[in-house]
Design a protein around this ligand. Structure first.
Ligand code: EPZ
Length: 420
């Protein structure tokens, strides 16, 4: 397995272009199942998770081609299969996003339960309850969700106890061709939901309430193929802003959307990091000492749970106490043990982590445990004195498009060693 090595303590200077959003592209690629024809998707990142969902679509009967590095054409004329196998789903739980579109298109879907992952149990009960409200019959057998609907899905009112991101996305893709009106209450409001709504509207769907927690879908008889551009990846953007905060320097991020990170901007400025937002760019400068701050992860527009591990690495470089509450997932502190190997002083108490910033870290051999934890270790390695060696970096490849190349280009001494 490949390793990433970092000679830390170097500040970063220059410009980095942000890639398309992983969590924008996944539901939009799944949405191409909704109707026959060829869909065009721009600004698609090159990631392992994108390759996985394309592989899944091919098993269902779709074909695809990359027109250029970041443009995909997907043809879904012949969607004949309706099963998403355990082999594929266990590598990426977002495969559950084919449930809604398959039920809409074929009236049938058989998707493996995703199983847990490093950060939590990750149930999909909200997805199943919502689809049942729309008329699907769902059985759980042999680890699979077996869903079928006779006479087509029918509109209804769905309420989410917790604003589930992929739950909202699945309900939208199930409701667009349903008979009648569907209201989704306490819907997730992440920008990736709006990106999917723009795709579905381009296909002819009728959806009101974009960017709010109350979505109203008028079912239509049919849809047509569409073109869409994936929004910039706000989590990659946030990860790089935090990286410059930890390493120090002056970097401009381009092809990004500053408006998608309201909470992080507040927090980084309170940390003493200078941020200058343009229309589609952000200049980040850190030259002085860092101030400790407290974090509570919340659904959008609150502080993203997907940036919690990264901001924790930054807090180890302050000289004060920071309290981090992880309110979304029950086990998202796997990076703590690895940061401790680098000299961090962090105490975990349930969903709360207390970071006693020592203003320094020492390079060490560490192991990535999940996607965002691996980004946290890269950030720690950039700030640490000496050499850091990160193993199991296949986690990083799931969600970051050439992070090593992007950081090298702004002066980081970071490289990748192929596995023995
Ligand atoms: C999406 O996951 C993202 N993934 C995650 O990003 C992100 O961390 C998460 O939203 C929260 O923002 C994609 O968009 C592909 P949820 P999702 O349903 O939809 C509970 C990354 O690093 N819940 O919003 O799976 C759940 O356990 C990934 O890019 C249920 O209880 O998350 C969690 O506590 C990691 N039952 C909370 O809701 C359900 O049926 C929010 O989960 C569904 C969710």
């Amino acid at each position: 397995m490949d390793k990433i090595l970092i000679e830390g303590g170097r500040s970063l200077q220059g410009e980095i272009k942000i890639s398309g959003a992983k969590n924008g592209a996944l539901p939009i690629i799944a949405a191409t199942l909704l109707c026959p024809g060829t869909h065009t998707i721009y600004n698609v990142p090159e990631l392992r998770d994108i390759r996985t969902i394309l592989q899944l679509l091919v098993t269902l009967g779709a074909t695809w081609e990359r027109i250029d590095k970041h443009t995909l054409k997907i043809n879904s004329d012949n969607i004949t299969e309706y099963e998403a196998s355990y082999e594929l789903v266990k590598t990426m739980r977002a495969s559950v996003l084919v449930l809604g579109p398959l039920l809409s298109r074929l009236g049938r879907a058989r998707v493996s339960l995703p199983g847990g992952c490093a950060i939590g149990a990750r149930p999909i009960d909200f997805h199943m309850q919502g689809l049942q409200k729309l008329g699907a019959q769902i059985e759980l057998e042999q680890g699979y969700v077996d869903a079928k609907v006779f006479g087509g899905l029918r509109g209804n009112t769905i309420y989410f106890d917790i604003p589930s991101v992929t739950g909202t996305e699945n309900m939208l893709m199930a409701a667009v061709l349903a008979e009648g009106t569907t209201i989704i209450k306490n819907a997730a409001k992440e920008p990736e939901i709006a990106n999917l709504i723009d795709m579905l509207s381009g296909m002819g769907a009728k959806i009101e309430g974009r960017d709010t927690d109350r979505l109203i879908v008028q079912g239509v008889k049919s849809l047509k193929p569409a073109e869409i551009a994936i929004i910039p990846d706000r989590i990659e953007t946030g990860t790089l802003l935090i990286a410059v905060g930890a390493a120090g320097g002056d970097v401009t991020l381009t092809n990004c959307n500053p408006a998608h990170l309201p909470s992080l901007f507040e927090k980084l400025r309170n940390c003493g990091i200078y941020l200058e937002a343009g229309e589609r760019s952000i200049r980040v400068i850190r030259s002085g000492p860092l101030k400790n701050i407290d974090i509570k992860t919340m659904p959008y527009p609150g502080f993203p749970t997907d940036l919690q591990a990264q901001i924790m690495a930054l807090m180890t470089m302050t000289e004060g106490l920071s309290v981090i509450h992880e309110n979304i997932f029950e086990n998202r502190f796997m990076h703590v043990a690895e940061l401790r190997r680098m000299g961090a002083d962090i105490m975990v108490d349930g969903g709360k982590a207390i970071v006693k910033g020592l203003g320094k870290l020492d390079g060490a051999q560490v192991m990535a445990t999940d996607l965002r934890a691996s980004a946290s270790l890269v950030i720690a390695g950039l700030a640490a004195r000496g050499l850091t060696e990160i193993s199991r970096v296949y986690h990083l490849d799931r969600g970051y498009d050439d992070l090593v190349g992007k950081l090298s280009a702004v002066g980081a001494k970071i490289w990748r060693e192929p596995g023995k």
